[in-house]
Write a protein that binds this ligand. Structure first.
Ligand SMILES: NC(=O)c1ccc[n+]([C@@H]2O[C@H](COP(=O)([O-])OP(=O)(O)OC[C@H]3O[C@@H](n4cnc5c(N)ncnc54)[C@H](OP(=O)(O)O)[C@@H]3O)[C@@H](O)[C@H]2O)c1
Length: 245
């Protein structure tokens, strides 16, 4: 039985993946700050799911993460889906700080903890670390500066760990999932987002990409095309483009 730990499983993409993986018989460890939505998932699949409240910005996050791994008796795949994001053209200090604490510090601590788990656990032959980053991590986006920079950090952190794993002969695969806009509570209500995708459409694509150990997977094909183009735009032109979020 495959064992999967998902951080950020209380809503949106993480919640949907937890439900899908539990339904097909995986043992799933789920975590986020809010306990009620986690308990709901656990209630639906009591024998497959273990839940733990974890705030990735809290000092005890890594200890609780290891406790959760123990609760499901190991971890074949780690999925880091915890994240926050704001449109923040005013560069509000509180929003900036909470974005960086969650998406940078929290992300790095939990992802590094997963890496150490695979490095130090003798009975794991092959591990996998998957993270939901974003197309936003491929360019600096003015109205979401902290968010887009935090997503770039996540992508670079995965690249770095992949190199470290090679050097240290740690058998772990890395998967960087980069969605465009998905209709989840992360996005502000009542706004029109271009090429908005539903969780129903995106989650199965992401799950397949993770199970196939894709290294980098941009969802969906339209975002792949747009992203390929915008990555070619030099910064001196990029600064003139008025992206909204
Ligand atoms: N929606 C999009 O358009 C989109 C596009 C590209 C990438 N992404 C990325 O996809 C990932 C999932 O987001 P989503 O769209 O599914 O949004 P979401 O529904 O808001 O889910 C975010 C999850 O992260 C958890 N979380 C937030 N802060 C946390 C903290 N300090 N500690 C632990 N868990 C925390 C939330 O749970 P609690 O509040 O219960 O802690 C929630 O379960 C994020 O990394 C996001 O950046 C989203």
């Amino acid at each position: 039985m495959m064992k999967i730990v998902i951080i950020g499983a209380s809503s949106g993409l993480g919640r949907r993946m937890a439900l899908d993986f539990a339904r097909i018989g995986c043992r799933v460890g789920i975590a986020a700050r809010r306990s009620a939505p986690l308990e709901e998932i656990k209630h639906l699949y009591p024998s497959n799911v273990a839940a733990m409240t974890i705030d990735v910005t809290a000092p005890d996050a890594v200890r609780r993460f290891y406790d959760l791994i123990e609760l499901i008796d190991g971890m074949d795949i780690f999925i880091n889906a915890a994240g926050i994001g704001f449109a923040d053209p005013d560069l509000d200090d509180a929003k900036l700080s909470t974005t960086l604490r969650t998406n940078v510090e929290g992300f790095a601590r939990l992802t590094a903890a997963a890496y150490r788990y695979y490095r130090d656990t003798a009975n794991v032959s092959q591990g996998q670390i998957a993270a939901i980053t974003s197309v936003a991590g491929t360019k600096g986006i003015g109205v979401a500066a902290a968010y887009s920079a935090s997503k770039r950090f996540q992508q670079t952190f995965l690249n770095a760990l992949e190199q470290l794993a090679y050097q240290q002969q740690v058998n772990v695969a890395f998967t960087d999932i980069r969605p465009g806009f998905v209709d989840t509570p992360l996005l502000a209500e009542g706004r029109d987002y271009p090429m908005l995708m539903t969780v129903d459409r995106v989650a199965p694509l992401i799950e397949t990409a993770i199970l196939r150990c894709r290294r980098v997977y941009t969802v969906d094909y339209r975002w792949r095309a747009v992203n390929a183009l915008w990555r070619l735009v030099p910064q001196r032109l990029w600064r003139h483009i008025g992206l909204n979020w």
